[in-house]
Ligand binder design. Sequence first.
Ligand SMILES: [Ca+2]
Ligand SMILES: [Ca+2]
Ligand SMILES: [Ca+2]
Length: 371
Amino acid sequence: MGERNGRSMIHMNLQRSNQSQLWIGLHRAFSRARFIHHARALLSDTRGLTLLELLVVVFILAAIAFTTLSFTDNADSQFRYEETQRRLEMIRRAIVGDEQPAFAGQRLLSGYVVDTGVRPTTITSLIEQPPSFDPFGGKAPIFDPVPDANGFNNGPTSGAGAEIVLTNPEATLFKGFRGPYVSLTPGTTREFRDGWGNGTTSDPDFGWIVTAGSSITTIQSVGADGQPGGSGPFDQDISTEIRETDWAQDITGLQVRIVNSSPTTANDLRASLLVYGINPTTLTTGWFRTTTTLLTTLTPGDAGFVTFPDPSLSLSTLLPIGQHLLVLVHDGDTILNTTDDEPFPSANPETKRLSFFPHTVLPDTVELIIQ
Ligand SMILES: [Ca+2]
Ligand SMILES: [Ca+2]
Ligand SMILES: [Ca+2]
């Protein structure tokens, strides 16, 4: 029994052992299947990841390429925008000169307005000498006893009330066209376009829009879209304004102190300012004259004041920046702008060059001395 029992125990154990082997085998088989399944899944996952990665890489490369392209595009637009701004600044400097002190606080008078006494009407006039303009050079100011209603001299050159040319060297002013006032587009003879290349060569403004008001001139670039308006950063129009204080000085209230250092009494004195420019009526080069109030008597050793403008004048008191000539005037009949008006003393008139700078206050008083 014991043996039998023992046998049966062994048998059972064997049976159990076989069963567990079977289970283990089955388990292993399942495990292997699962492993293979997992491995396949993993393998297929790995393939999926690789593809995804590849796609990501391709996408990133494309994105980089696109970004580089749009960056290049953007950089190009940025360059053109800045070039347009630089050229607007160039136009501004061409018209009113360098607005910064040149050295040691001293300022230089330069630019189109200083040379010609007027603002340009087109961009072409900054490049080519307008037909009515004189070339740059020393000019003897011309005093006209009876000027035109707009203040400009109108002849005659001889006879009663004839123009008087102030030939003394200290009276000479350097005036006239000395352009081009802007650096031309490289490789061209007469072009000055904006950074976007707007406009055509036949356009007198080369694509810029120039608006000349009575006191403000605006120069505008229409931007990347080539037309006025637009909202994009580069389509928006950009412009520069030449304001009254940039190109002109108002002489209202400017006083001239006249000192009589001569031994004789001087009577019926005024001071006139001679300004070179273009007569807006005849469109020819000429001299504009505006004059102060009257000082009836000035005894030896005495000083007196006259003030711009004489109330009988209806001329503009806005004068261009630049150098002008102040002249002492004798007005015997005390009526301004009649044939007897003449520079004083007639043999060697008292004169003084006055410099009008942009953005500055004119001195309250300037002085003329009768020697
Ligand atoms: Ca005249
Ligand atoms: Ca535009
Ligand atoms: Ca007179």
